[in-house]
Design a binder for this molecule. Structure first.
Ligand code: PEP
Ligand code: MG
Length: 315
């Protein structure tokens, strides 16, 4: 019955053939960690650090950041926790990082670009993360947002390692990084695809603008091609590829993303149960076949329909 099902231990994410697909949580504050664990999160795939400081006028101190990151890491002993460096600008403006008016903020000094322009803030964040890492038992991974070149990847990973961060990577949110994923990954320990921004930049449609919201659909085969390019980069370099955009929360799309080469999925904790259940219905070969059907479509609606049809035909 329902009560018994709710008490049953949550199994780790896996496909029908036993292939592990760790299911992780997207979080914005340490206080949400306990609920995520309860819902079966095997770790954190995206901790959005900027959410802690959206209303701050001053840059956060090393002390206050150390406290917040320590609280987060303490909730996941022995588990992977991917923390993203401050992603300031466009939909997430931070007063202490974004001051200039920009006509097109999504194409402006945001994400890693903004951190690089205020490198002290990035250095303080890395200091706080290293402090929290030293005081806790979690497996800390750190990544940079909105990376669009191989050179930016080298810059960020080199700096993070200077602070003792053992696992450093980048988000793939811009088509340039997806297309050069093998070269990006030659300098990074991992990549995580942000499908929200990747869709925005692929379809050239502002994710905040209602009048173009119909373009913001991660089922679009052009977006799927870029996920595949990133997955292929992960395969040739032997590096893990996470997905941390909203797309991972759509159960059938989650199967497609795994078929395209994603090795972990991160989502809002409330989406974990449905994605876990759907993955168990498909083997890796099945997921590749379903992904192939979606990739061959020419628009988002037909990609979704083709995947549904392919998923219904079990081999
Ligand atoms: C994304 O862009 O998909 C992502 C995960 O980051 P955010 O939504 O915070 O920009
Ligand atoms: Mg993003």
């Amino acid at each position: 019955d329902r009560a018994a099902a709710a008490d049953a231990p949550v199994t780790p994410g896996a496909l029908a053939d036993g292939t592990a697909v760790p299911l992780l949580a997207n979080l914005g504050k340490p206080q949400d960690a306990a609920k995520a664990v309860e819902l079966g999160a095997e770790g954190v795939g995206l901790f959005r650090t900027e959410f802690l400081f959206l209303s701050s006028s001053q840059a956060p101190t090393v002390e206050e950041q150390t406290k917040a990151y320590t609280e987060l890491l303490q909730a996941f002993p022995g588990k992977k926790v991917v923390v993203r460096a401050l992603d300031a600008g466009a939909d997430k403006p931070l007063a202490f990082l974004n001051d200039a008016h920009e006509e097109n903020p999504a194409l402006g000094l945001r994400g890693l670009r903004a951190l690089r322009a205020s490198e002290d803030i990035l250095r303080e964040q890395l200091t706080a993360l290293a402090n929290a890492d030293a005081a806790t038992e979690a497996d800390l991974w750190v990544m940079a947002p909105m990376v669009s070149t191989v050179e930016e990847t080298e810059y960020f990973v080199t700096l993070a390692k200077e602070y003792g961060i053992k696992t450093a990577g980048v988000m793939v949110e811009v088509p340039s990084s997806a297309l050069l994923a093998d070269k990006v990954l030659a300098h990074a320990d991992f990549a995580s695809i942000g499908t929200n921004d990747l869709t925005q930049y692929t379809l050239a449609a502002d994710r905040l603008l209602g009048s173009v919201s119909s373009f913001q659909d991660p089922w679009h085969p052009a977006v799927l091609q870029l996920v595949k390019a990133t997955g292929d980069g992960g395969r040739v370099t032997g590096k893990p590829i996470g997905i941390c955009g909203e797309a991972a929360a759509d159960p059938l799309l989650a199967v497609v993303l795994v078929g395209l080469g994603a090795t972990t999925l991160s989502m809002a904790p409330t989406a974990l149960a449905d994605v876990r259940a759907t993955l168990l219905h498909h083997s890796l070969d099945d997921a590749k076949r379903i992904a192939g059907a979606a990739l061959a479509a020419s628009d988002a609606a037909s990609a979704r329909a083709a995947a549904q049809e392919a998923a219904a035909q079990h081999t």
